[in-house]
Design a protein around this ligand. Sequence first.
Ligand code: URC
Length: 298
Amino acid sequence: MGIVLGPNRYGKAETRVVRVTRDGDTHHIKDLNVSVSLSGQMEDVHLTGDNAAILPTDSQKNTVYAFAKKHGIGEIEEFALLLARHFVDETPTISHARVEIEEYGWSRIPGKSGHSFVRSGTEVRTALVHSDGTGGTGTGGTGNGESVISGLKDLVVLNSTGSEFHGFVQDEYTTLQPTTDRVLATAVTAQWRHRGVDAEFAKSFAEARRCLLEAFAETHSLSLQQTLYAMGRTVLETQHGICEIRLAMPNKHHFLVDLQPFGLENDNEVFFAADRPYGLIEGSVLADDAPDAPAAWT
Ligand SMILES: O=c1[nH]c(=O)c2[nH]c(=O)[nH]c2[nH]1
């Protein structure tokens, strides 16, 4: 039996960088969590411990900080592309870079100060970039060895009516009562794949987020699965630069509390918000001409 090295990658995970841009007394901040993962000629380091091909993960972390100073931080997709292309273009032993970024939002505290901020809730904006470098010829999904996926996570939403769930399979373990009026709540994780790498990412993000919220609010839901599909479809119908969207939506169950022991009616007014277990509904919605790009998601 022969033993060989399988797929591998390495890099600095979760570099936290906060960039302050000073515009007189008015400051702007970008707060990111950057994870770099590189692959290439890595046989020797694994098989013999020869580090000659290795760009240390420490240098990768330093690059994130240096680029934040030199180039500033604009849209996270662009910052990720800049980093990914740099690692592949400048290090001959690296042929592929994956850069994943989370962005934590801050909004201004109203008032006179231009330097006071409050974190904008739990929601996180995300980007995932793959690059074979600016001279790349790989199969990232755009034909030139690069792909860009944008997204968000922990977008928490709730409909206090307009949601039903009935007509499901009944087996000997089924106790769930059918309902024609329930609370529907979830924390949306969404990732959408762009057809190209030069979209207007700020505009596209705002539009995709608006579509997700609008479809969640406006769909009269017979299941969270139906709502998921409606949300994905709305994004793809509105934004032709996006060819695929993947959604993961936990069903944050709200159970009606039995108030009868207290002689009280509960007409869909008082709920117990359970945090676990939760139903986990996941799905992908695609344009039927979407180019195949499974590697873009890894
Ligand atoms: O929207 C729902 N989808 C399900 O698949 C499911 N299963 C369940 O117990 N409740 C729900 N709700």
